[in-house]
Ligand binder design. Sequence first.
Ligand SMILES: NC(=O)NC(NC(N)=O)C(=O)[O-]
Ligand SMILES: [Zn+2]
Ligand SMILES: [Zn+2]
Length: 503
Amino acid sequence: MDLLHWKLFPLLALLASFLVFFYIQDSSKSSQSGCSLFPHSHYWIASKRIVTPQGIISGAVEIKGGSIVSIVKNKDWSGKFKQVVDYGNAVVMPGLVDVHAHLDDPGRAEWEGFPSGTKAAAAGGVTTLIDMPLNNFPSTVSTETLKLKIEAAEKSIYVDVGFWGGLVPENAFNATALEALLDAGVHGLKSFMCPSGIDDFPMTDASHIKAGLSVLAKYKRPLLVHSEIQSVVESHLETEDGGGDPRSYSTYLKTRPPSWEEAAIRELLTVTKDTRSGGPAEGAHLHVVHLSDASSSLDLIKEAKRRGDSITVETCPHYLAFSAEEIPDGDTRFKCAPPIRDAANKEKLWNALMEGDIDMLSSDHSPTVPELKLLNDGNFLKAWGGISSIQFVLPVTWSYGQKYGITLEQLVSWWSERPAKLAGQHSKGAIAIGNHADVVVWEPEVEFDLNEDHPMFVKNPSISAYIGKRLSGKVLATFVRGNLVYKEGNHAFSACGSTILAT
Ligand SMILES: NC(=O)NC(NC(N)=O)C(=O)[O-]
Ligand SMILES: [Zn+2]
Ligand SMILES: [Zn+2]
């Protein structure tokens, strides 16, 4: 018996060294190719529907070293190229640039996180997102807190991620501090005109905003503003804790009337005049986030644009997909601020988008843990406000836009070109030579039921507002700087997205 052991030992040792050898070989292979599910750095993406700034073409996009190096029309490419991924009739367009997402990392990674949030983004065709400065802890309001953000993001993001910095009373009148934050690479600033719900992110007033704009002017970067001013409206005295049934959506809706948005925008316009050409803050830009009120608030923005103020406005898919009338009592997945309003308002938002009065779309992906959504309780007044959506913004926009006849070119303008410009990302947002190879490949005509069995990559899928909907538009593949980071349910092995800092 002993003898047998001694004879086997060298054999086992040999076998073990073989296994170790192959393991090392294999892991070196995956670490080289781990960033992409397609292990080539020079290849062509072909399709009959490539959305370019010059229109929709049939042809191929040549990608080399992470950039788009040529675009060829028709079948000029066939036979000539070696590495061609032919997507047939699927749509090839620039990846979405989401300028408004809360990934809550570091500090509240249980709400979302860089790995989960960017995996969901990649699965939805979002190739770049600019992370909001709040809901993470501490809030991103200084160079030190920005450093924490960057450290948390590095090596854990599947798409490119940039950062907004917070404009808060503590730094608003301190130009040196704001300049340091902008020098450290935030793409612009963000502030709230009402309580944000986050203790270390207090609200600003017009004087803070004016001061912030004067610093931003030098950097030619924007200020994004959550535009609601809390006021006691006579007919809505039943706010916060009084009045109607807290489980009924209409009770919540009344607590944040359109007049709050209107009041905030009116106030903002007293300072955006500084951004006109020749004005004291020329070069700065003001961007109104998540507009919900399509009436007076929008009229004010239109007027300001006509006068030459540098101002843009976004709305979000949830305001375009849902209306107050259909939100079930107690279903707090739909609670957000400003609130989703009635069907007539939704119709007006669509018209404004189609007319070009609303400039772009963003997700405002603002998740939390299910416990804070009070899903069992259904108390709209106490639940956390924010909608979880980032993985489905493309099919949601497309599906609900069918009724209005939206085009692929419009999608690209709302979701890629204009947001890229707002965030100063001149190498993104279009399928164009020299740009980053940030691409989404999807099938607009393929429908799917978004039910609980659908693969979802966000940290807390149960709070997703779109579960139960049938949507049109299936994402097949997502490329970030030439890396195939997502393909039909699977992500690249390694998180190789870049943190993007403004320079
Ligand atoms: N603290 C938040 O993230 N709030 C967000 N919440 C929403 N939109 O309901 C937002 O963007 O205002
Ligand atoms: Zn907001
Ligand atoms: Zn937000």
